[in-house]
Design a protein around this ligand. Structure first.
Ligand SMILES: NC(=O)c1ccc[n+]([C@@H]2O[C@H](COP(=O)([O-])OP(=O)(O)OC[C@H]3O[C@@H](n4cnc5c(N)ncnc54)[C@H](O)[C@@H]3O)[C@@H](O)[C@H]2O)c1
Length: 280
């Protein structure tokens, strides 16, 4: 199979046209390199498959290549290559800035165009019971990982004269719920460091955040199926206006847009992809 030339952006990444096609919106990442942290599973995997199908060279920087998703058996980079795309895996623990530097070096061999700081972990614990170790682990992966991901990618992109960065924030950056203080504070920090980096890297490099609502992945408090079912049973504290659980593929359109020339005048922004949950 030859290199991918097209994808319909949505739940089905079938190949076949000239570029990534989302209704009348077209994305084309041929000749671009995209580095995604934590792309073995969940949202990062969905984003990686979409960029791969849109023609990008995709580098997955994760602690493990093995997907945790129940319906995924093939590692992300193998799946992209099997579909005729270009992809590689670089073992990376984002808590280690030197490891992130190495992943950026690998990705930057042909020029790093897009960096997605996606790796993240959740913690549900009452404020009064959080240990310093638990706090440090979440902030090391979510905040430190994203900060030094921006720093390493920013250096490479500024030296090359351009690029764009997308950081995974969350509705939790702006909504307080019980037992979420550590996670919420980490995501609020990501939202703010996105603005700081956007300011310092402008005009050559744009930096934005993508803020998912509750999304059906193996993340935090249950399996993807359990998380989807809890939304269907109406167990959230308020309804989702668009009437269903978020799926990893729901993040694809907004992420491709932020990473593309279509968003060339957008920087420092947080785009919420939550079915309207956060506006109620
Ligand atoms: N799923 C949701 O409901 C939701 C909602 C809002 C925001 N988010 C954010 O989206 C991002 C992705 O979450 P997800 O739901 O896909 O989670 P996930 O658990 O399905 O995937 C996370 C990935 O990150 C990797 N990872 C974990 N620690 C790492 C480390 N130290 N270094 C490198 N990689 C590491 C894991 O191996 C995994 O592949 C996270 O930043 C999360 O905070 C998720």
């Amino acid at each position: 199979m030859g290199a991918p030339k097209a994808v319909r952006v949505g739940n089905d990444y079938s190949l076949g046209g000239e570029s990534a096609d989302m209704g009348s919106v077209t994305f084309d990442f041929r000749d671009e390199t995209v580095l995604i942290t934590g792309a073995s599973s969940g949202i990062g995997r969905a984003l990686a498959l979409a960029f791969g199908a849109a023609g990008a060279r995709v580098i997955n920087a994760d602690v493990t290549p093995e997907p945790s998703d129940a319906d995924a058996t093939v590692p992300t980079h193998d799946r992209i290559v099997d579909d005729g795309g270009m992809a590689a895996y670089v073992e990376t623990d984002v808590t280690d800035p030197a490891a992130i530097e190495r992943a950026v070096e690998v990705a930057d061999q042909d020029g790093l165009d897009v960096m997605i700081n996606n790796a993240g972990v959740h913690l549900e614990s009452p404020f009064l019971e959080v240990s310093p170790e638990a706090f440090d682990r979440v902030h090391a992966i979510n905040v430190r990982g994203t900060f030094f991901g921006c720093q390493a990618a920013g250096r490479a992109m500024l030296a090359a004269g351009g690029g764009t960065i997308v950081n995974l924030a969350s509705i939790s950056a702006e909504m307080a719920k019980p037992d979420q203080a550590v996670y919420e504070s980490s995501k609020a920090a990501i939202q703010m460091l996105t603005r700081s980096a956007a300011l310092e890297f402008a005009p050559a490099v744009r930096v934005n955040a993508l803020a998912p609502g509750r999304t059906a992945t193996e993340f935090g408090d249950g399996t993807a199926a359990e998380r989807r079912a809890s939304v269907e049973r109406g167990e959230l504290d308020k309804p989702i206006p668009l009437g269903r659980s978020g799926e990893p593929e729901d993040l694809v359109g907004a992420c491709l847009l932020l990473a593309s020339e279509g968003a060339s005048y957008v920087t420092g922004e947080t785009v919420f992809v939550d079915g309207g949950f956060q506006v109620i």
